[in-house]
Design a protein around this ligand. Structure first.
Ligand code: NOJ
Length: 514
């Protein structure tokens, strides 16, 4: 495989605690993942991105990291992680891990030491501790991204900043010790054979705490950090960085993809858009104009562990996505949603660049919107006082086989309950059905592997409500977002997301024609 394999890779996201449980404790783990590697090889993915797998009190599903150089005990051991990386490599699957630089866990040694050492100590300088304002007020009025204040007071009176939950204290990136520590962490994992690094909350590392008007997103200083990271990864062969930045300004976004910074970043504009031909085309054009001139491959993402499952989203009267309003409980037509999700999958797979597939997306799992309050774990739920039910609905354990929960997930009771009607969505049942979502993903990824991925897109003329483009002049992708069937161009039909209607392409359907 080439040094730049990641340019067109299909990357499968594993949310470990919900993927497969090997030891029967109801929590997915490395043993479970290792047992399912043949499934992923068969699906045809080039790499796996794992959400944080480090020891964590799980205040935010592992994004509160207590030790960056070890494995969460309920997931397994470092030796198992190394064995997994090797086994995956043997099947041609690379590994991308998740590094969380903005914040650690309040249980991490550094933070425990900072609390003990007290105000003014070098230990506190690794975090963002400040005195409060008069009247017992926090240093400023910033709100946490998870709702509620972004500051928590410690017993000696100082406050520390946490852009997310209080259990996730922010690091001080102006302290060279922090910079050095993350360089060492990167080397630790690159030495163990990981092929890529997903950078969590990549744009928010620097804060101007004295300037209340100033936001904490996208300070220029952050680019120096990624230049350093790039230099480190470049010393290894075929490794790459993918940044997580939710940034509306595409020009600013592109700065992170300069030649000496990250190779790639997640494209969230595409998944935020409604199911509408003009909107999708605008997003594709915006993405290409941002990436092509600087030589960075775009990425296409329909879902991940933070957003509403596509089948549910695309079945709603409002098909856009926004973190500010997740539209939880908005009525949805899952038959329509699935039809559109299938069409969206073939569209995303046909676009030039890399592709991310979140576990369960290939099964067409819907968002689980009726989880009981008492079982919700996402800190957003409690911190918003229940006004935002959070992200647990897309994190429910995968149904593998059988007719009732836990659907082969493992021997124990899954940490979040699976809906009883998922019996028709199991891997086992979909493997037996040529028309299943799983079959569509497998067929699409197989064709994509040889004919799509990195390359050039050329738009062709089409009627309003229809998207038509060719890829490198060999394959044409047509998406019909109008209510009526349309004619297909002449050629060999390679794949359609739904059956044709007397030879014509029906509404909410994508076709690939050679
Ligand atoms: C982005 C991650 O995807 C999300 O799950 C997490 O809660 C925040 N960053 C904070 O780490």
């Amino acid at each position: 495989m080439s040094e730049t394999w990641w340019r067109g890779a299909a990357i499968y996201q594993v949310y470990l605690r919900s993927f497969a449980d090997g030891n029967g404790d109801g929590i997915g783990d490395l043993a479970g993942l290792r047992a399912k590697l043949p499934y992923l090889a068969d699906l045809g993915v080039d790499a796996i991105w794992l959400n944080p797998w480090y020891p964590s009190p799980m205040a935010d599903g592992g994004y509160d990291v207590a030790d960056y150089r070890a494995i969460e005990p309920s997931f397994g051991t470092l030796a198992e992680a190394e064995a997994y990386i090797e086994e995956a490599h043997a099947l041609g699957i690379r590994t991308i891990i998740d590094i969380v630089p903005n914040h650690g866990s309040d249980q991490q040694d550094w933070f425990v030491e900072a609390l003990a050492a007290g105000p003014g100590s070098p230990e506190r300088e690794r975090f963002l501790f400040r005195a409060g304002r008069d009247g017992g007020l926090p240093p400023n009025d910033w709100q946490s991204i998870f709702a509620g204040p972004a500051w928590t007071q410690v017993p000696d009176g100082e406050w520390y900043l946490h852009l997310f939950a209080p259990e996730q204290p922010d690091f001080n990136w102006r302290n060279p010790e922090v910079v050095e520590e993350f360089h060492a962490i990167l080397r630790f994992w690159l030495d163990r054979g990981v092929d890529g690094i997903r950078i969590d909350s990549a744009a928010v590392l620097f804060k101007d705490l004295d300037n209340v008007e100033e936001s904490y997103t996208d300070h220029d200083e952050v680019h120096e950090v990624y230049r350093g990271w790039r230099a480190i990864t470049d010393a290894y062969e075929g490794r790459f960085l993918v940044g997580e930045m939710w940034m509306p300004d595409q020009e600013r976004f592109a700065l992170y993809l300069r030649q000496d910074e990250m190779q790639t970043a997640f494209n969230f504009d595409f998944l935020s858009r409604p199911w509408d031909a003009d909107e999708l085309r605008a997003s594709i054009d915006l993405t290409l104009t941002t990436h092509v001139p600087i030589g960075a491959p775009p990425t296409w993402v329909l879902s991940n562990h933070d957003v509403t499952r596509p089948v549910t989203k695309y079945g709603r009267p409002d098909t856009s996505f926004s973190h500010q309003d997740r539209k939880h409980g908005m009525p949805t037509d899952l038959v329509l949603g699935e039809r559109r999700a299938r069409a969206a999958a073939l569209l995303a797979m046909a676009l030039p660049g890399g592709l991310y597939v979140y576990q369960g997306e290939e099964l067409g799992l819907p968002e689980v919107e009726d989880l009981p309050d008492a079982l919700l774990q996402d800190p957003i739920f409690a911190r918003s006082h229940g006004t935002d039910r959070g992200r647990d609905g897309c994190r429910v354990p995968i149904p593998w086989s059988g007719k009732e929960p836990p659907f082969g997930f493992g021997a124990g009771t899954p940490w979040l309950p699976q809906p009883a009607d998922w019996k028709n969505l199991t891997v086992e049942s979909q493997q037996a059905d040529q028309n299943s979502m799983l079959a569509l993903y497998r067929d699409g990824l197989r064709i994509r592997r040889t004919e799509l991925g990195d390359g050039v897109l050329t738009w062709l003329d089409s009627a309003p409500g229809v998207l038509t483009f060719t890829r490198d002049s060999t394959l044409t992708c047509i998406v019909n977002l109008t209510p009526d069937p349309i004619d297909l161009p002449a050629g060999q039909i390679l794949l359609t997301s739904s059956p044709l209607d007397e030879g014509r392409l029906p509404s909410d359907t994508t076709a690939w024609v050679r």
